[in-house]
Design a protein around this ligand. Structure first.
Ligand code: TIU
Length: 227
């Protein structure tokens, strides 16, 4: 047992690092760089950059402490057989899922745009979960992987706060995992949705989980590493 205590909302948390995993949701070029899925949806992708630096800090600390790190990627098979027609048919045909773009076919596995940004690239041995939906548990082996390792708590980073981060936290909460969204390690194309997405998690005494700032967590992790 390696316990750390840090400030969170709605209340201070004590977490056993040996039962915790850092999950980094969909920090892919398709969402963060021009020419991908995020831009095809009409978004200003530069709004997501704010989360990259804080994610890097937390990722580095997690690696130093040997905390399990899991990355996820949203995307589909090249034949789009795992993509619901209603998801594919949304939007301009020239830029919809599967259409060719400057980073390869949009939101398709194996294409440049589907991969994780270089700043947060998975290290050897860190599991990468490829998911067809917004939630990281839907049609993936994430739950099995976490249970096999005795994980009961998830630190959650990534994009976007109100879509894939929120969906994943809701799925995890229903499966009995305690979730801690790291507020500055998450981002949205819509600042107001980022705020609302975090507020929903921690409302009502932490209805889906908790919210903490990365600085508070990092301070407790660093004092643990130095001990
Ligand atoms: N990863 C994720 O959040 N997928 C999205 O499509 N998000 C949007 O905000 N569009």
């Amino acid at each position: 047992m390696r316990q750390v205590t840090f400030e969170a909302e709605p209340s201070t948390l004590a977490v056993d690092l040996d039962k915790s995993a850092l999950t980094i949701i969909d920090m892919q070029r398709d969402f963060l760089e021009p020419g991908g899925f995020g831009e095809a949806l009409g978004n200003d992708v530069s709004r997501l950059r704010a989360a990259v630096g804080p994610c890097r800090e937390v990722l580095g600390a997690a690696r130093d402490l040997g905390i399990l790190v899991i990355h996820t990627r949203e995307g589909h098979r090249p034949d789009l057989s795992d993509a619901p027609p209603h998801k594919v048919l949304r939007g301009d045909p020239a830029t919809r899922i599967g259409a060719p773009g400057p980073m390869g076919r949009i939101l398709v596995r194996g294409e440049v745009g589907h991969d994780i940004i270089p700043e947060l690239y998975p290290a050897d041995g860190e599991p990468v979960i490829d998911k067809p939906g917004k939630g990281a548990f839907y049609q993936t082996d994430l739950e099995l992987m976490l249970k096999n390792r005795g994980i009961d708590t998830l630190f959650v980073c990534g994009v976007t706060t109100e879509v894939c981060v929120n969906t994943t936290i809701r799925e995890a909460n229903d499966r009995g995992f305690r979730c801690i969204a790291l507020s500055d390690c998450c981002a949205s194309y819509f600042p107001e949705f980022h705020q609302a997405g975090l507020a929903m998690i921690k409302a009502q005494g932490g209805i889906f989980g908790s919210v903490a700032g990365s600085k508070d967590l990092l301070a407790s992790l660093r004092s643990r590493a130095a001990a």
